[in-house]
Design a protein around this ligand. Sequence first.
Ligand code: ADP
Length: 430
Amino acid sequence: MSTVVLDNVSKVYPGGYLAVDRMSLRAENGELLVLLGPSGCGKSTLLRMIAGLEEVTEGDLWLGGTLANDLAPRDRDVAMVFQNGALYPHRTVRGNIAFPLEIAKADPVMVRERVTELSKALHIDETLERRPGTLSGGQRQRVAMGRAIVRQPSLFLMDEPLSNLDAGMRTELRMEISSLVRSLGVTTIYVTHDQVEALTLADRIAIMNRGVLQDLGTPGQVYNDPATAFTAAFLSSQQLNLLAATVRTPQNQFILLDFGPHQIMIPWTDPRAYVISQHVGHQIIVGLRPDCLAPVPDTFEGPTFLGRVRALEYHGHEWLAYVESGLTSVAVPEPPDPRRGASGLGASPLAVGRVRSVLRRLVPGNLFDGDAEPQQEQEQVSGHHRRADLIVRLGSRPVWRAGESARVGVDVTRLMLFTMDGARIDPPQR
Ligand code: ADP
């Protein structure tokens, strides 16, 4: 068992591509930490740096309290499973799983016992005398996992181990990985681009985009109380409504989120009122999941958007309505293109600085010390604005028809508020 600490770790590939940009986080002893993010965001690079397969360009990597930047991979006590867990084709399943112990010249009786025990936990005990060529994809991944974990490493690293399997097999193996690593108590870092996999497996999730840490917390925390607009959008199963609004305080009576054709009032009694009022006169981004919007009757007196139903979409378990209401939507704010890394580390602009200052609160300890804060606040509008439909969840019955006028009620308590560069205005409570 081992803790893993990344302290401002960056990776620049030859040619200047900044694949990981000053990541700081800590995986606790026995924790299952999932690295989640879109393809190309730097997850595998980070995992490979922890394994010692890639050099750390800048920052410190600590494994179990030892500075590990220059430690050879074989001295890290780390086991890794990849997407295509390559097996030795001429060895049986038993021979594959036993291989690391045989290399270490372990006692053959102990090896036999350990392989049998592990193969039962992985539900491949019936296949022990077969060769990999005769196994299904799911069985091969189980063997790869058995081989990785048989010598009881301090740290288990998994890089998209389920992505080549069909949906049913993925669900089954996902549950088994979860119970296996928890019963062994081994610290595990698991890479995936699949939000469902992350939410169902993780003790905590670290969300990345373009090499930058976007959020860190338990599945419930990052889903319900995301630190950034990117996290909120990436974890939404239906497309998140991201709307531009200007903050006003008419006669100081209340806070008004002015969306142009529509306004929403926030009373001074709202716990977020003070922090929102710091943005008076500025544009902010309001995030609304489709399930915090609902059709309401004309008599409804709460906050509403009015519009016209442009289309309805059937999703089996629910209907979604696309409502034209003249609102301005905003693209998800992103960190700068990593190719800018060619100009050197520490060159990231303001947007990354603000996202970092929100994250500073989430990462315990002094991991962010020495990280320069932006000195000057600027009004910076990132992402492009466009008119777009409001997406509203209707449940299993479509109460509206296309072309009808629509009155959409808004659950103000579930509004998510971000600066234009995507950092939460009211930082998450963790
Ligand atoms: P992920 O695992 O999130 O899909 P990776 O860590 O594999 O992302 O890659 C992050 C970025 O770094 C990608 O744009 C990828 O093309 C780039 N990259 C990965 N390996 C190398 C390499 N050896 N040389 C140059 N660029 C690389």
